[in-house]
Design a protein around this ligand. Sequence first.
Ligand code: SF4
Length: 389
Amino acid sequence: MELSKPTQVLDSLATHGDMMSHEHDSAATATGKRAPRYQSHSLDECITNLSTPRGPKPVLKSMVTTACERNCFYCPFRAGRSKMARVTFTPDAMAGAFDTLVRAKKVDGLFLSSGIIKGSVTTQDKLIDTVQIVRRKYNYRGYVHLKVMPGIERDQLAHMMRIADRVSVNLEAPTEQRLAALAPKKEFLTELLQMLRWANEIRAADPHQKWASTVTQFVVGAVGDTDLELLSLSENLYRQLGLARVYYSAFSPVSDTPLENVSAASATRQRRLYQASFLLRDYGWSVEDLGFAGSGFLPENVDPKRAYADAVLRSAPIDLQIADREQLMRVPHIGPKAVERLLKARQQARIVDLTQLRALGISRPDDLAPYVLLDGCRPPQQLALFPGA
Ligand code: SF4
C-alpha cells in the first residue's frame, strides 16, 4: 500500500509505531538497554531523543517503505514474511508529514531508512528526494540522518553527504563470513565497506565542504561474532575511515525468520562493547589494551577500563603529577575533560591529596587510590569493610 498524503503518513506512523526500533542513533542505546521490539503502536514511539550539548533533541525515525526484496536473517522486514503488512510512503507525503510534526514542535530532526525495492539505487533516490523536499520546499535546516542502501552509486553518496548531517552504512557483521551467515544477499566488501571508503575519500577530497559524518551498526551475537572481531574492525573504522560512531545492537530474535530460535544476545555484552568502543575512539586506546579472555570476549562482570586498571595499574600505578595525557586516560574515573583540568591544575599546585581531584570533577577520588601515585607515593587506601563483597 502506497500512501501519498501527509495525513495518511501520520496515521500510519501512529498505527505502526516504531518501525526502526532496530536502528540506533541515540545515546540511550549506549547504555546497554535492549531496543524495544517492533510491536509498538503510537506516533510518540516513532520519536527518539538524541542527546546533544543543548539537551535532548526529538527526532522522527521512519522508513520510506517497510517492504524489502532482500532477506537478511535477523530483520522483521525481510522478504517472505507474508503475515507482515507493508507500507510505503511517497517522498512528498513523508516530507509533508515531517513538516507537520516540525511545525507542531513535536520533532526537530529526521532519521530516514528504508527497505529495498527495485534495487538500492532506486530506493536511495526516494530517500534523497524526501530530504530534497524537506530542505527546499519546507526550508528545513535542522538535523537529518540518512541510511545508505548497500551498493549505491558514489555520486548518490556524495549528494547525501551534502544534504544530510549524518549517514549510516550498517556493516551488520565484522567479517565477510559473519555477514554471509546474517545477510546472504549483502556483499561485505563491495556493497558495504566500499560505501565507508568512498565517504572517507569524498571528505578528504574537499575538506572545506561541510559533509555529513559517517556511522555504522553491528548486529551483535547472532552468528558467533566475537568482541575481538567487532572491536578490531571498529578501531580501523575510527582510525582509517574517520567514523564518528559505531553502534552495537544486541541481537534479538524475530519470529518467522531463520534466526527465530537463536538466543538473544546479552544487553551487558552490548554495554561492554560501547564502553570499549569509547576507549578506542576517545581515549587513544588500541584493541591490544583491552583485556579479552582467550575466546575473544570482554569479561561481562567488569567494565573494560576497570579490568585494565586491575590487571596493569595495581602493580604499575600512574603518577598523577608527571603522567602524560595518554597515561592519565588509563585511570578509572578520569576522562578527557578531567585530564585537561588535571593537566592545568598541576601546573599551579602539586597534587598531593586525592581530595584535590574532587574540584576537577572527579566524583569518587578515593576509588583511584589503588591505581595512582601522589608525589611518587601510593595514597592511603580505605580498607574494604567486607572484603570480597
Ligand atoms: S535490506 Fe534492510 S530492510 Fe531489507 S531485509 Fe535487510 S536489513 Fe531488512
